[in-house]
Design a binder for this molecule. Structure first.
Ligand code: NAG
Ligand code: NAG
Ligand code: NAG
Ligand code: NAG
Ligand code: NAG
Ligand code: NAG
Length: 497
């Protein structure tokens, strides 16, 4: 009861923020006329992504579902457990079930043990805020069909009816607001400030398909000429999710077996962009049918762990994992399966230099714990960003993405102010032998007034032109270490336009 009334209160507040925010967005974009989007790609693709998304750069992805109970993966992703076991009959999965569970044990039987007794959304959101991430995307429903909210389209196969007995999507939203109120006083003004402040935004991952839903299976058997599942399940459920929780992101997946026409995706998106309560602020991805990925939608994800290493002509996102082999938690992960903090920073830097956002996945366990190894990686990133964030947030790709000659140096740039701007050169490997870095791409872009700083270090550093490069002498390494500057080092170079 308590939770439910909190939810209702929150929904009321969210409506208020959405209206206020819509007005702010309107003002800042100086939008004069409101034109409606048509349910076709030409029109939908012409929508500008709300600015907040590109500025944010970093999000956290959460895969949490019934698969977090068996939590088993051997190179195949753990959240695919049901289908790997039941449909693909992969031997180690079949044996895992045979060896550990009674005959006749079903996947649905795992839901009872999806207990989340240590789930504390405050702790999750605090960790995400400390990581420097600006948005969170949670699996509201994965391909198994189990919803993390009490959807009326998923009776008895949702987090309130079985397992957690909690509305996880609501709690996460509730905390988005509550995080920034240290007194735990839940007031409209405070919530509004939080929304306007845009400290952390909230998105929902949603799988269009459900492996074993009989309506879906029957539609597939008809080669998708029949559309009962879309009409009675997918679209009503998506609309319920949007109306109830007003997400900032709708991150679609599970699209690949049928065309966008089957999924009615253009009709849904036109509704989302025109008439939904999040029409002004929402962003979406590109997974709306077997014929849309990397072609249509909001930002492009192209494929899992997409990180092309070169500038892209559209806004894109690198959805990747800290446990390199899986999205859902698995109990049998090895230390070497996790990205190190240094590798994570490299992934972030390369992504942002090439115009992407990064969506970093963590898989909480069935108890609701984000294992310390994930927490450490995220906190290391947050610490790095507290010194180097100027080169990341709200940055733009520069003329060059990586240095033409020196390896492992990546560039971004800041805004132009009085005909000058800052170029950021992020050095991923420390030049231990020389203590200098040669920036070849910057040759010809500096002038007599150029100053160079290492972010997080108080004094400017020495530089000179050598052999068609800007050669920067770094401060004494011990002085950098003393300030906790590690993992990667950012040079901030002030150049004329
Ligand atoms: C959740 O975590 C926060 C922060 O650590 C703590 O203050 C709060 O008491 C916890 N809530 C529960 C129900 O344990
Ligand atoms: C597709 O969306 C349109 C607009 O909402 C609706 O009229 C139509 O019935 C939908 N078709 C299916 C199969 O859901
Ligand atoms: C996409 O799905 C449709 C069914 O909606 C199917 O007819 C078509 O062959 C699929 N295309 C590809 C490239 O798989
Ligand atoms: C970096 O830049 C060089 C020259 O511009 C290019 O050849 C190289 O492929 C780029 N990418 C990486 C990852 O080094
Ligand atoms: C450098 O700054 C000085 C003082 O502001 C100014 O007079 C001079 O024109 C600047 N030089 C260049 C190349 O912009
Ligand atoms: C000058 O740069 C070239 C690459 O362009 C390099 O091969 C050469 O060793 C450099 N010379 C010095 C003195 O650094």
């Amino acid at each position: 009861m308590k939770l439910r009334s909190a939810c209702k209160f929150l929904h009321l507040l969210t409506i208020i923020f959405t209206v206020i925010e819509a007005q702010l967005v309107d003002k800042s974009n100086k939008r004069k006329e409101i034109s409606r989007f048509e349910p076709n790609w030409e029109s939908l693709d012409s929508r500008e992504l709300p600015k907040w998304y590109d500025e944010s750069k970093i999000g956290i992805f959460i895969h949490w579902g019934v698969y977090s109970v068996p939590a088993f993966g051997t190179g195949l992703s753990a959240e695919w457990f049901w289908t790997i076991w039941r449909s693909w009959n992969v031997e180690d999965h079949v044996n895992f079930m045979k060896d550990n569970f009674k005959p006749g044990f079903t996947y649905q039987d795992f839901a009872r043990d999806f207990t989340g007794e240590h789930f504390n959304a405050t702790e999750w959101v605090q960790l995400f805020a400390e990581s420097g991430a600006k948005y969170v995307v949670i699996t509201s429903k994965h391909h198994e069909g189990y919803t993390l909210w009490p959807s009326k389209y998923s009776f008895s196969w949702n987090s309130v009816d079985v397992g957690l007995h909690r509305d996880i999507i609501c709690e996460a939203f509730y905390l988005e607001v509550y995080l920034f109120n240290s007194d735990n006083v839940f007031s409209a003004e405070l919530s509004e400030a939080c929304r306007v402040d845009n400290r952390i935004r909230f998105g929902v991952y949603h799988s269009l398909l459900e492996w074993y839903n009989p309506m879906y299976v029957s539609d597939r058997d008809s080669e998708f000429t029949q559309r009962e599942f879309v009409e009675k399940k997918t679209i009503p459920e998506l609309k319920e999710l949007v109306m109830k929780y007003k997400p900032d992101i709708v991150w679609s997946d599970g699209e690949w077996e049928a065309s966008y026409e089957y999924w009615n995706a253009t009709e849904f998106l036109a509704w989302l962009y025109n008439d939904s309560p999040v029409s002004e602020i929402v962003v979406t991805n590109d997974r709306w049918g077997n014929d849309t990925m990397c072609l249509h939608g909001g930002f492009f994800t192209c494929h899992d762990r997409f990180n092309p290493g070169v500038l892209q002509p559209y806004k894109w996102e690198n959805a990747m994992t800290i446990d390199k082999l899986t999205w859902g938690h698995r109990n049998n992960a090895k230390l070497q399966d996790f990205l190190t903090s240094k590798e994570l920073i490299k992934e972030l830097v390369v992504t942002v230099s090439c115009g992407g956002n990064i969506l970093i996945n963590v898989g909480p366990d069935k108890f609701g714990i984000i294992q310390p190894i994930f927490a450490e990686r995220l906190r290391d990133m947050g610490k790095w960003l507290s010194a180097n964030g100027e080169a990341i947030y709200e940055s733009q790709p520069w003329l060059y993405q990586n240095d033409t000659i020196t390896p492992d140096v990546w560039y971004t740039q800041g805004a132009s102010i009085n005909l000058r701007r800052d170029v950021f050169a992020i050095v991923l490997d420390y030049p231990y032998d020389t203590n200098t870095v040669e920036l070849y791409s910057l040759f010809g872009y500096t002038d007599e007034n150029t100053t160079i700083h290492v972010l997080g270090y108080p004094e400017s550093v020495q530089w000179r032109i050598v052999n068609e490069s800007v050669q920067v002498t770094l401060p004494n390494k011990a002085q950098l270490d003393k300030r906790g500057l590690n993992l990667a080092w950012t040079l901030k170079i002030n150049v004329p336009e």
